[in-house]
Every structure is written in structure tokens, then in C-alpha cells.
Design a protein around this ligand. Structure first.
Ligand code: ZN
Length: 338
């Protein structure tokens, strides 16, 4: 439950609601210290719980009332980002060409209206069939992403072994499993197949899965391309930047899902590098907790430690400013600071 000092900053309707002309208003709260801790908890990031937890904390409607759909994730996470720290994302990027590190910024508020889930509700006309679709639930998308991550990570680890050619058999098996999972993932997004010849409409999940697994590659590719296009519309467009030093143009995909970012970041790291980055996250959590303890101490017990976990970053900045001002005033007057 949100403490009384937390107020929603934005109200949004989801892309799925917009696409189906449902008028809804979901409260969007800024992230709190608790969310910042969650976002530095490796296991929660790896299994996708971190993203779900932050969403249910910041959009309480999604805690129990509504199911989360993958097509809404980016839109919701951008809204949370805006509610927490405004419209601009600033980030540093290392140029893959010349290795120079520069700062860039992107206005996410300006790009938010570009996102849409409308394509999910159109149909795909093929020579013999007409297909309709339905977006994946976040649970299905995340389960698939996690399995895919585990396979890709194993393939990467095999490639780093002293004699990778000895493991070709295992690698082929892994790739086959990944292909099967991928086909299943895409077929899960097919809502119905209507055969033009006799106008029979198939909606049974098992039949749809079987049909899709056996369809010829060109049909599969056409359907996959359609679904990819529908997914792409629910994401921010790729960010185009030009390196200041070498003038190379680089396109960066924008994915706001914390769990996806975490998996991408550790995918090609060595075990030691992963441990190092986990240690760094542990230290960041300690720093946040120390900062909260300091607030609790200096607020003279008016905020409990439990309350302090629900302070936003802005709240904490204000409290830290009060603490500093008090210290300054006490020093000037030569008073002891407790
Ligand atoms: Zn460069």
C-alpha cells in the first residue's frame, strides 16, 4: 500500500485500451527507494519479477485488477520514467567505432504518442488464409525471453571453451530447442486462422500451434514479420545518434524493460565480470539504505524506516537539502550536531 504522501503524477490509458477504444485512467506514481532497490536485485531482474514489481508499485491497478500485456510494457515503463524523473533521458554511449564516450539525451514525452498497439487488431491476408492476432501476456513474453536468454548464454559459454568444436552436437540441440520455442512464441500470438476456401475458422490453440509448426517457411516468415511489426509499434523508435568524434551514425534500439536490459548487459560477460557487476549493484543498494537511514535519523523519527522506503528520489533530495541546511546553520552557530 502507498503511504499517504505518495501521489500519482500521471494518468494513462494503456495502448491495448487505446486500440480497443476503452477509456480508462490508471494512476501512475513515481518510483520509490523500494523500487530503486528492486532494480538493483540481480535475481529479480533476471527472472522478470523486477519489472512486474515496479509496475505494480507504480501502477497499483496492475497489482491485481488487470493482467499485464507485453504490448503495454514499454508505454507503461516510459510513463513511470516520466512520473519519476521527467521527460528527458540522459545517457552516455561508447562509440563502437572509435570508443569515444559521449552524452546524449532523448525526449521520451515527445515520442510517447508514436507508440501504438493498433496493428495487433488488424488482420493478415494470405493467399489461402486470413489470420487475426492477439498480443502476448507479459508472463508469456517474459518466460520466452528468459528461456531464450538461457540458451543464448549457454551457446556463448560453449563458444568460449578451449575446443568448441567438440560441443557442436550440444550446440545444434540448443539451436533446435530455440527454434521450436520461437515458433511456439509466434504461434501463441495467432488468435484465429480462417481458411478462405471453405470459410472455416480455427481458434483452437493446439490446432493453431500444429498448423504453424508445419506451415512452409515463407508462410511462417510472413506471419513472423507481421507480428514483429505489431511488436515494433509498441516500442519507442530506434534512437539515431552521430558520434561527435568519428561522425559515425549509430542506431540504438530503445527497450525500457529493466529485466531485458539486465539480461542484455550480462549476456556476453565472463563469470568474473558478472560477479563484479553484481557486487557493484550490492554496493548501490547499501548506499541507498544508508541514505534512507540518514533521512530517518535526521527527520527526528517523523519518518520510520518503513516509510522511508516509499520516498521518491525527489523527496530524498529535498530531505538531504534540509539536512545540509541544518548542518550548515548549526555549524555557524557553533552548536553540536546530533
Ligand atoms: Zn565514434
Amino acid at each position: 500500500m502507498k503511504p499517504h504522501f505518495c501521489r500519482p503524477v500521471l494518468y494513462i490509458s494503456t495502448l491495448l485500451e487505446q486500440a480497443s477504444n476503452v477509456d480508462n485512467n490508471h494512476d501512475v506514481y513515481p518510483m520509490t527507494a523500494l523500487d530503486e532497490i528492486t532494480l538493483r536485485t540481480p535475481d529479480a531482474l533476471l527472472n522478470g519479477l523486477a519489472t512486474r514489481q515496479v509496475i505494480s508499485n507504480c501502477l497499483p491497478d496492475f497489482e491485481d485488477k488487470y493482467e499485464l500485456y507485453a504490448c503495454d510494457i514499454q508505454h507503461i515503463l516510459i510513463s513511470i520514467r516520466i512520473a519519476t524523473s521527467g521527460n528527458i533521458i540522459e545517457f552516455e554511449f561508447k562509440c563502437p567505432e572509435c570508443a569515444s564516450i559521449d552524452s546524449y539525451e532523448i525526449n521520451i514525452q515527445k515520442n510517447l504518442p508514436l507508440l501504438s498497439a493498433k496493428k495487433w487488431f488488424t488482420h493478415l491476408e494470405m493467399p489461402d488464409f486470413v489470420l487475426t492476432f492477439y498480443p502476448h501476456s507479459y508472463r508469456i513474453q517474459n518466460d520466452f525471453a528468459l528461456l531464450k536468454f538461457k540458451i543464448d548464454r549457454q551457446l556463448f559459454q560453449l563458444s568460449k571453451l578451449p575446443n568448441p568444436e567438440e560441443y557442436t552436437g550440444i550446440a545444434i540441440q540448443l539451436v533446435e530447442t530455440k527454434t521450436k520455442l520461437t515458433l511456439k512464441y509466434y504461434s501463441d500470438a495467432i488468435q484465429s486462422i480462417t481458411m478462405k476456401q471453405n470459410d472455416i475458422k480455427v481458434m483452437n490453440r493446439t490446432h493453431i500451434n500444429e498448423w504453424f509448426q508445419q506451415a512452409d517457411t515463407s508462410q511462417q516468415n510472413q506471419i513472423i514479420a507481421f507480428i514483429d511489426e505489431a511488436i515494433k509499434e509498441t516500442y519507442l523508435p530506434n534512437f539515431n545518434l552521430t558520434c561527435d568524434s568519428c561522425k559515425k551514425n549509430i542506431e540504438i534500439p530503445m527497450d525500457m524493460d529493466f529485466s531485458k536490459q539486465f539480461r542484455d548487459n550480462i549476456m556476453f560477460l565472463s563469470e568474473e565480470e558478472i560477479l563484479e557487476s553484481l557486487e557493484k549493484m550490492g554496493k548501490q543498494i547499501t548506499a541507498i539504505r544508508e541514505d534512507l537511514m540518514k533521512s530517518v535519523w535526521f527527520m527526528r523519527g517523523s519518518i520510520s524506516y518503513g516509510d522511508s522506503l516509499f520516498l521518491t528520489n525527489n523527496d530524498r533530495k529535498i530531505i538531504n537539502k534540509i539536512v545540509e541546511d541544518n548542518m550548515e546553520a548549526s555549524k555557524k552557530m557553533g552548536m553540536p550536531i546530533f
